[in-house]
Write a protein that binds this ligand. Structure first.
Ligand code: SF4
Length: 496
């Protein structure tokens, strides 16, 4: 009997996933946020039924760890009793300040709601894989540019009109632009793209769509009425390589984006992946960390980060109780492993921020922990070979000057690399030989040097010492490149 979801599936409340420290559930409130009372209740449930570890993922989902089959059922009942409706179906995500940010171009929530409804109406949820997602980004102080998605809709102002720029397969920088259209057309193109993906099977994403399919999506409204969504998918196996230029389609109702396709710059981010032992789809880059104070005209939002996306439930409960006393109205989960406390006065923000700093939350965007990606590692994950979080804490304390804006470190319990699937300037990865160091590669690469796992921070300290001596004006990443991978690995390996 296996009532639990397989790896790669979505560890929803109704289908928890087995991990190294028991069952894990992930939930997203339909309302987008939680009341203080609800978050306090969730934290108390996590303490009662799990191992007391709560997480916010790179995409802004809440996770509760260390459950058993029975306790997961009790947790689900308590979530229900708290009045928390959780999202199911294809994720259609909006920004953490959606609808309340005076700087946003458009409130994305109505369009997101219409897309959700359309997805259900055409029965797509069961036909799409669990990692297929849609982002509807209204712009503003906290955009969704860092979050990857199969389909992206971004509000754009054209004169007095607000249109939606539609792109597929990527984040705000790497997604391939299709067209810029009105909300009805944006909804139809999004759903049509998902239908094409569904035709290719549950493993498919929009990256698997062919040039012909993408061109048809870009020109969708030149030949189809908005309410009709015919399945125009080609046969399976039709392949796929295309460029943005190939999508230029003349259409009086559609203004095709003039921007060329961009690709990620390979920069390192602590935001990719998540902490469950499986990826959620990932995210790259963080131009505007959701940490600090955000002006909402009549009140403020205070963004507080969870170090490496994780925090024991008790300090989170205590912090939320203080927020409630300070008249916080809502807590939203934010991509970038953070929580946004809403409805606070400036003095209340200062008070809450001071407490959060004291108990170990991330309250400054300059905190070196925001530059370290660390999965749960051992003992939380059964696949882990090194104590990733302990190593990360030691490095953040001992070598904070390693982390200028050019460099992030990935600490991975094993070669799977859940916390940062892409390449990083420095990756410490656990395997049967100890803590290996990969320079400018992924956790899957062959390490260039090893130390015992308990001693990895000392090796990184030697690298930090060398970086400290860098040339005037040189970034940490440039310094490492100048030193060369072999020398960096030698520094790591030799430091006593
Ligand atoms: S990288 Fe390995 S140790 Fe870390 S969470 Fe993923 S599977 Fe577990």
């Amino acid at each position: 009997m296996n009532a639990f979801s397989r790896r790669g599936a979505c560890p929803a409340l109704s289908a928890p996933m087995q991990t190294g420290d028991g069952l894990l559930v992930r939930l997203n409130p339909v309302a987008g946020g939680l009341s203080p009372k609800q978050l306090i209740g969730l934290g108390e449930s996590a303490l009662r039924h799990g191992n007391g570890i709560m997480e916010v993922t790179a995409r802004g989902s809440l996770q509760i760890r260390g459950l058993t089959a029975e306790s997961a059922r009790l947790l689900a009942a308590e979530v229900d009793a708290l009045g928390i409706a959780v999202r199911s179906g294809v994720p259609v995500e909006t920004g953490p300040l959606a609808g309340i940010d005076p700087q946003e171009i458009a409130d994305p929530r109505p369009l997101a709601g219409r897309i959700r409804t359309a997805i259900e109406e055409v029965g797509l949820t069961a036909r799409l894989g669990p990692k297929v997602s849609v982002v509807v980004d209204g712009g503003g102080q906290l955009t969704m540019d860092s979050v990857t998605a199969d389909v992206r809709l971004k509000a754009t102002r054209t004169g007095t009109d607000i249109l939606w720029s539609v792109s597929v397969s990527g984040n705000g920088r790497s997604a391939k632009p299709l067209s810029t259209v009105d909300p009805d057309a944006a909804r139809d193109i999004a759903v049509a793209a998902l239908r094409m993906v569904a035709e290719k099977g549950r493993e498919a994403h929009t990256r698997d769509l062919s040039a012909r399919q993408l061109a048809s999506l870009a020109g969708w409204h030149s030949f189809a009425p908005p309410s009709v969504l015919p399945d125009i998918s080609p046969t399976r196996g039709e392949i796929s390589s295309f460029t943005a230029d190939s999508l230029l389609v003349a259409n009086p109702r559609v203004s095709t984006s003039a921007s060329g396709e961009t690709v990620g710059d390979g920069s390192i981010s602590p935001l990719v992946g998540e902490m469950s032992g499986r990826t959620e789809g990932g995210a790259v880059e963080r131009p505007h960390p959701p940490i600090g104070l955000f002006n909402l005209d009549t009140s403020h939002a205070l963004g507080i980060g969870l170090p490496y996306g994780s925090m024991p439930a008790q300090p989170l409960v205590d912090l939320t109780k203080q927020a409630a006393n300070l008249c916080a109205t809502e807590i939203r989960l934010a991509p970038g492993r953070a929580l946004l406390f809403l409805g606070l006065s400036p003095s209340a923000c200062a008070s809450l921020q001071a407490t959060a700093t004291t108990v170990g939350f991330v309250t400054s965007a300059a905190d070196p922990r925001t530059r370290i990606a660390a999965c749960p590692g051992t003992p939380a994950c059964a696949s882990g070979r090194i104590a990733t979080r302990d190593i990360a804490e030691t490095i953040a304390k001992q070598s904070p000057d390693l982390f200028d804006a050019s460099l992030t470190l990935h600490i991975s319990g094993c070669a799977k690399g859940c916390a940062h699937p892409g390449a990083a300037a420095l990756t410490v990865v656990g395997d049967e030989n100890g803590a290996g160091l990969v320079v400018d590669g992924t956790a899957k690469a062959l390490p260039a040097g090893y130390r015992p796992g308990y001693d990895a921070a000392r090796g990184v300290a030697a690298i930090a010492a060398a970086v400290r001596e860098r040339h005037p004006g040189e970034t940490a990443a440039a310094c490492l490149a100048r030193l060369g991978a072999a020398n960096v690995a030698e520094l790591y390996r030799r430091n006593q």
